[in-house]
Design a protein around this ligand. Structure first.
Ligand code: GLN
Length: 449
């Protein structure tokens, strides 16, 4: 089967199902030409690990010549002059960029409902959200509109939608996948992540895009070994994080975690209970660090350099008008909160305290990892919620990230594994590892298969 035929198959599926799911913001008009170019490279004898594989890409990753909006009106019409490093690597590996997927505006949210271009629906139940913010990528993979997808994960945006859509979702150690060309949300938390329906596919994709990059100063000098990790023995100790099971999980989520434990125990994996006491402060800490960094990173959308510009009498008025019209309510809310947290007089009480809580969380994780190689929690306390259910209450939306944000604050790698159903809706379990031991997560997930 040729690269062009594969592409054709997916385009036909998209034509049939996309009107109901709305996973994509736009398809790549050059996909056909790119598939042809891959065929030529194959004929010339090039070895391409992702030869002709279509990949869906979240619309906050810069794609040269292909509009990149972050699902925001303020970036409508922005066509990047360069590719993000992860896109360059996809192309080098022979993959074809299929299209750009929907997200919550600037990757702020947990349901993909904060997209300025309409929500994505969960393929398992079209009345429910796919999770967020990489909801378009997760829905695309779940509905097999694409075999593979890239997302970004600042506080759970790859793992939570992966869990709610029943696919694998991986967030690497901070620095293992380049952030060059990723539109910044919160720079100390942002990472690119991968999604697939099978672990083999996930490892193949992750190997293709990870590794050192001179264009990202935070990149780590470590080559990826994800496919190899699938053949390693899983003789590891898993720590069950007490605080994550204390209360608030739905029955199906608890049952999926218990089932995961029983299956792995039969494979010779040891389980212990561990405690991460400061986990209960993770969400509050996250929303202070996150919004503070947002208030700084999003200052660049001022109506002069990129995208939307609504001219006023002077520069200040142009800026105010452009930001007023171009940014959605959740983005504005976060800019306001972050600006407040960083303002003189409040800085120590909010941002300063959040930084100390973040350091404590890291220390607590270190202590837990002294007793276990990998930690287990749910990925999300519940399966997918209904469209509109949390829209009127921002705090309840923030609570959807309760299990995922600590990983980003501590810079850890984590993997969401599809591991059961609750009333027909998929649920996931989350494994976390020490920094740079990302591959271990794949070894354990393989044992569960
Ligand atoms: N839901 C979290 C937030 O709204 C996570 C975002 C993300 O990971 N991009 O910040």
């Amino acid at each position: 089967i040729s690269a062009k035929e594969v592409l054709q198959e997916y385009l036909e599926r998209i034509q049939r199902l996309e009107p109901r799911v709305h996973a994509f913001l736009r398809l790549n008009p050059r996909a056909q030409a790119e598939a042809e170019a891959v065929e030529k490279r194959l004929e010339a004898g090039e070895a391409l690990p992702l030869a002709g594989v279509p990949v869906a890409v979240k619309d906050n990753l810069c794609t040269r010549g292909l509009e990149t909006t972050c699902a925001s009106r303020i970036l409508e019409g922005f066509v990047p002059p360069y590719d993000a490093t992860v896109i360059t690597r996809l192309r080098q590996a022979g993959a074809v960029v299929l299209g750009k997927t929907n997200l919550d505006e600037f990757a702020m949210g947990s349901s993909t409902e904060y997209s300025a271009f309409g929500p994505t629906r969960n393929p398992w139940d079209l009345e429910r959200v796919p999770g967020g913010t990489s909801g378009g990528s997760a829905a695309a993979v779940a509905a097999n509109l694409a075999p593979l997808a890239l997302g970004t994960d600042t506080g759970g945006s790859v793992r939570q939608p992966a869990a709610l859509c029943g696919v694998y979702g991986f967030k690497p150690t901070y620095g293992r996948i380049s952030r060059y060309g990723v539109v910044a949300h919160a720079s100390s938390l942002d990472q690119v992540g991968t999604m697939a329906r099978s672990l083999e596919d996930l490892a193949l994709l992750t190997d293709a895009i990870s590794g050192p990059d001179a264009l990202d100063a935070t990149s780590l000098p470590l080559e990826p070994q994800f496919q190899r990790a699938l053949t390693e023995p899983a003789e590891l100790t898993v720590g069950i994080v007490r605080e994550a099971f204390a209360s608030g999980n739905s029955e199906g989520v608890s049952a999926a975690c218990e089932n995961f434990r029983q299956v792995l125990q039969r494979c010779g994996v040891r389980f212990v209970e561990v405690s991460v006491p400061s986990l209960r402060y993770a969400l509050a800490t996250y929303y202070l660090v996150d919004t503070s960094e947002i208030s700084s990173n999003l200052a660049r959308y001022d109506g002069t350099l990129y995208g939307l510009r609504i001219a006023g009498a002077d520069v200040t008025e142009t800026m105010m008008r452009s930001r007023e019209a171009g940014l959605g309510p959740e983005v504005k809310r976060r800019i306001l909160m972050g600006t407040f947290a960083l303002s003189s007089g409040y800085y120590e009480a909010y941002y300063g305290k959040a930084l100390r809580a973040r350091a404590k969380l890291r220390a607590d994780f270190d202590a837990a990892f002294a007793r276990a190689d990998v930690l287990l929690t749910p990925t999300s306390p519940t399966p997918a919620f209904r469209l509109g259910e949390k829209l009127s209450d921002p705090l309840s939306m923030y609570l959807a990230d309760i299990d995922t944000v600590a990983v980003n604050l501590a810079g850890l790698p984590a993997l969401s594994i599809p591991s059961g159903f609750e009333e027909g809706l998929p649920v996931g379990v989350q494994l976390m590892a020490r920094p740079v031991q990302d591959e271990r997560l794949f070894t354990l997930a393989k044992a569960f298969e």
